[in-house]
Design a protein around this ligand. Structure first.
Ligand code: BMA
Length: 324
């Protein structure tokens, strides 16, 4: 039995696995939890990130407006399921050369030592990784972009590793990149990133075109549990599914285990149909160290947001049963 290294989260959203269900991840019975029109101007609310905050939860949400401008918005919830999202996008304080906004999408939120760091795909002469932080989800500060364009899916680790901040990312190109592998970088100060290491790349089947880190990795006594997305190109376009891997605790560029079979993919109508059909895209996971429970937040068909449940043991068993 693997043990989550972290805080207890007794109020984690949760439903037991339905009887007779034979997959390692199961959907919330009332999905989607956030609809397209959660705020007055939104066309879609998806690929979003949440964390425990105060007695409840806070998050950063990707809302595409009805002008189809992509931006990120703060939100709050008592139970992790019912969310109130601000009607105006986050405004970052910082160097105007960096805070100017072309577009922002696919946020992740990572608590490190009581401060909430946000990473997102930031338009800066092409997509790269924006980095900011907040202490209260009211005032936000933006730091330097982590990398030169082009890059996507920048995901921080929730503590320093070997004395350095650590980030996974996926170098890419300007458009709907038809390639992509996951790399590791470290930083002494959240500004300068280097010592880049290859972590893992495309493989067959559902993850044959590109892969990208999803939620902030979950620390366990067996390694970092990474949930990621993988893409296959079919005759009808890209299909986004979800898999998992276990990375070495001290040298996270070393992959200890990786699932050959996906753990979640588009099957329900809200995952199959929407602005971009056939997309399940995870950006956050809550974890309860006492029970091993995990709640994954994922974008569905680039339109709405869902939750799915699993446990650390379910995912590790799955990797052992269907190894790469
Ligand atoms: C990726 C990103 C995601 C999106 C996915 C499917 O390139 O843009 O935000 O969910 O494509 O359209």
């Amino acid at each position: 039995m693997a043990k989550i290294i972290g805080k207890p989260l007794p109020n984690i959203p949760w439903e037991d696995k339905p009887a007779g269900y034979n997959a390692p991840v199961w959907r919330y019975s009332k999905n989607p939890i956030i609809g397209r029109h959660a705020i007055p101007t939104s066309n879609s609310v998806f690929n979003s990130a949440v964390v425990p905050f105060g007695n409840g939860f806070a998050g950063v949400f990707r809302c595409d407006s009805r002008a189809l401008e992509m931006n990120i918005y703060a939100g709050f919830s008592d139970d992790g399921i019912n969310w109130t999202i601000e009607h105006e996008p986050i405004v970052f304080e910082g160097d105007p050369y960096v805070t100017r906004c072309e577009y922002r999408y696919d946020p992740r939120v990572c608590e490190i030592d009581g401060r909430y760091y946000i990473t997102w795909c930031n338009g800066y002469h092409g997509p790269t990784i924006g980095v900011g932080y907040t202490d209260d989800f009211k005032t936000f500060y933006q730091l330097e972009n982590a990398f030169l364009p082009y890059n996507r899916n920048g995901v921080l680790f929730p503590r320093k590793i070997n004395g350095k901040y650590a980030m996974l990312s996926r170098p890419s190109d300007t458009g709907h990149t038809a390639f992509g592998d996951i790399f590791y970088s470290e930083s002494p100060d959240m500004i300068y990133w280097g010592r880049h290491r290859f972590v893992m790349g495309r493989r067959g089947g559902w993850q044959s075109l590109k892969i990208g880190a999803g939620p902030v990795p979950i620390e366990t006594d067996e390694g970092w549990l990474l949930i990621y997305h993988g893409v296959i190109l079919t005759c009808n376009g890209y299909v986004y599914r979800v898999g998992c891997a276990l990375l070495d605790l001290d040298e996270p560029w070393k992959v200890k285990m990786r699932s050959k079979h996906y753990i979640l993919g588009p099957e329900e109508i809200y995952e199959l149909a929407g602005d971009v059909p056939n997309v399940t895209f995870p950006c956050a996971a809550l974890a309860d160290a006492d029970t091993g429970r995990i709640a994954i937040y994922y974008g569905c068909a680039d339109s709405v947001t869902g939750i799915a449940f699993t446990t650390v043991d379910e995912l590790i068993e799955h990797m052992k049963k269907y190894p790469m």
